[in-house]
Design a protein around this ligand. Sequence first.
Ligand SMILES: Nc1ncnc2c1ncn2[C@@H]1O[C@H](COP(=O)(O)OP(=O)(O)OP(=O)(O)O)[C@@H](O)[C@H]1O
Ligand SMILES: [Mg+2]
Length: 331
Amino acid sequence: MAEKPQKILRINDLSVDFRSEDGHVHAVRNVNLYVRQGKTLGIVGESGCGKSVTVRSILWLHNIKETKVKGEILFTKRSGEQVDIAQMSLAELQQIRGNEISMIFQDPMTSLNPVVKVGVQVAEALEKHQKLGRREAKERTIELFRKVGIRSAARRFDQYPHEFSGGMQQRIMIAMALACNPSILLADEPTTALDVTIQAQVLKSIKELQAQTGMAIIFITHNLGVVAHLCDDVTVMYAGQVVEYATTRDLFAAPLHPYTQALLKTIPRLGMEQKKLEVIEGMPPSLKKEITGCAFAPRCTQCMEKCKTQAPSVRISADGSRMVRCHAAQI
Ligand SMILES: Nc1ncnc2c1ncn2[C@@H]1O[C@H](COP(=O)(O)OP(=O)(O)OP(=O)(O)O)[C@@H](O)[C@H]1O
Ligand SMILES: [Mg+2]
C-alpha cells in the first residue's frame, strides 16, 4: 500500500480575536486543520467566515497590537524539524516567510511594487533567500517566468507591473512565490479577479507547477467548482469555525454538514460567471457576539431543538479522514 503523505502543516485549536474600537471580533474559533505534503487543501465558505484570517495566521500577517492569536501552527521544515510557528520570533519567521511558505493574494497589484521592474522584484527575493549572485538570480528569474507561462521572458524581465495584464501580473506573483521552492503555497483567491479563461489557465499552471515541485497548497476560494478541479482535501468554514473536513471525493459524494450540502447546491461552474456564494437563505451570525448553540442553526433546514442551545462537538470518522461539527450528521 502506498504510504500516506505526511502532514506538513497542522493547525491545532487556532483562535484569532481582533480588538477594535467597537469591541472584539472572534474571527477564528478553535480551528483544526491539516495539509498533506504535496497535496492541495481547499478552504471554502461564505464571505467573512474566517478563511483569510486563518491562512494569514500561518505567516503571522496580522497587526500584532490588535490581534490575539491562540493555538499551535505546527510546520515541518525542509530540514525535517517540526516547529510551532505560533511560538516563533520575528527573525525565525522571516526565514520561513517567502522561503519555505509563500503566499499569493487576490490582487497582485497590492503585492507588486509599481516602480520596480518585475524581474528585479523576483530576482531580489532569490538573492535574499537563496543567496544567489545577481546574474544567477536573473537567469533563474527568467527561467521561472517561462515556467509560469510568461512568453518572451527575457524581455519581460525589464518591464514594469503596469505593462502586464491582470493574468500576467498574477503569474509574476506566482513566479515570485515559487522562487524559493516553498513547501507550501498559500493562495487566497488568487484567480477571483481574473476573467474565467485566464483563471482556468492560471489554475492549470499552478497544478503543473505543483506536479513538478511537490509543494502543498492551501487554496481559498468561493468556487466549489474550483475545489472539485484542484483540491485533494476540503475544509468548510462557517462563522469562524471548521464545520466539515474531508477529501474532495468524499465531500462531493456525501456532504455531511447541512451547510456543506447547501453550499454544494450553489456551485458555479468553471467557465460560468463568478458569483459569491450568497444564495443560502439568511446571513451568517455576527462574530462580535458569543454564539449559543450551533452557529448555523438559524439557517439550517435540519435544525433540532438542541441545536439552538448546545454547540455541537466535533465528530471524527473511524479512520480519521473526515470530520464534521453537527448534531444531526451521521459519520
Ligand atoms: N484586521 C481586522 N480587524 C477586525 N476584524 C477583522 C480584521 N480582519 C478580518 N476581520 C473580520 O474577521 C472576520 C473573518 O474575516 P476573513 O477576512 O477571514 O473572511 P473571509 O472568509 O476571508 O471572507 P472573504 O470571502 O470575504 O474574503 C470578518 O468578520 C472580518 O470582518
Ligand atoms: Mg478572504
